[in-house]
Design a protein around this ligand. Structure first.
Ligand SMILES: [Mg+2]
Length: 261
């Protein structure tokens, strides 16, 4: 654990959390709650995480939401909590509320057609295992591949994507381990903005994430909540605090739970 913001006082943060009338815990999934796996559909959480999150949910004194680039259904299945939490999927284009209400992304027909075309293209290139078709985008993963193979995927997707973007308005963004063609103007920063707008001014908020896509959330939360980079290796970040998973993460969540009892 390392403080990255010299003005951060972690004890004071937990003290405020203990006294807060509203607590909001926002968590990315891949790389944060779950270690990366080449088989993405098997990326289960670190073993001690689900029981802790179950306890935080049961305590009913925190609003817990998962904020992921994955489809909402995929996150819910992998997380495996006793009660499905609130989930912002596809970077916030999808939203599953705690009462089970689901808001699907608005994807224009032409965009849907381009996503289908991109998926077929990936199949033709032999990239099925690297490709993740989602409700509001398509991701091409190269994590775990040799550098040359990864570079080949990066180049061929970049070459193709301008053609897809021109016809659909889809935006190409690089993340830690791949490229994603996704709906424009929807970021994890928007999720943070939405959640803050739904919370009291005095609500104590924390966001935990590992990826470059989480930096949008860290930036939006600056001055308003605690941003935490969860990652084995430190990288340039706007986060206030760095946690190495799983030990530091488990300690942080324990402390959160204790502060909510
Ligand atoms: Mg992540």
């Amino acid at each position: 654990m390392k403080l990255l913001n010299s003005t951060l006082d972690l004890d004071a943060f937990f003290d405020r959390l203990r006294k807060a009338s509203q607590r909001v815990l926002l968590l990315d999934y891949d790389g944060t709650l779950a270690p990366f796996r080449a088989e993405r559909e098997q990326a289960a959480p670190y073993p001690r995480i689900p029981p802790l999150l179950d306890e935080i949910v049961q305590c009913r004194r925190s609003r817990l939401a998962i904020v992921s680039g994955r489809a909402t259904t995929a996150v819910a299945a992998l997380l495996g909590l006793k009660r499905t939490p609130e989930i912002f999927g596809s970077h916030g284009a999808e939203r599953l509320s705690i009462d089970g209400t689901y808001r699907s992304p608005t994807v224009p027909e032409a965009t849907r057609a381009v996503l289908g075309e991109a998926y077929r293209w990936a199949g033709d290139q032999g990239l099925q295992r690297q490709t993740e078709l989602k409700p509001a985008g398509i991701a091409f993963h190269w994590r775990g591949l040799e550098r040359e193979a990864a570079e080949r995927i990066r180049q061929s997707v970049r070459t193709q994507s301008s053609r897809w973007s021109d016809r659909s308005g889809l935006e190409l963004r690089e993340f830690d381990g791949g490229l994603e063609l996704r709906l424009p103007g929807i970021t994890k920063g928007d999720v943070v903005r939405t959640v803050l707008a739904e919370s009291d001014d005095q609500a104590v908020v924390a966001y935990l994430g590992d990826d470059t896509t989480d930096e949008d959330a860290f930036e939006t939360l600056a001055g308003r909540g605690l941003s935490i980079l969860v990652r084995t290796e430190l990288r340039p970040t706007k986060a206030d605090l760095w946690l190495i998973p799983p030990e530091d993460l488990v300690s942080f969540l324990h402390r959160w739970l204790e502060s909510c009892k």
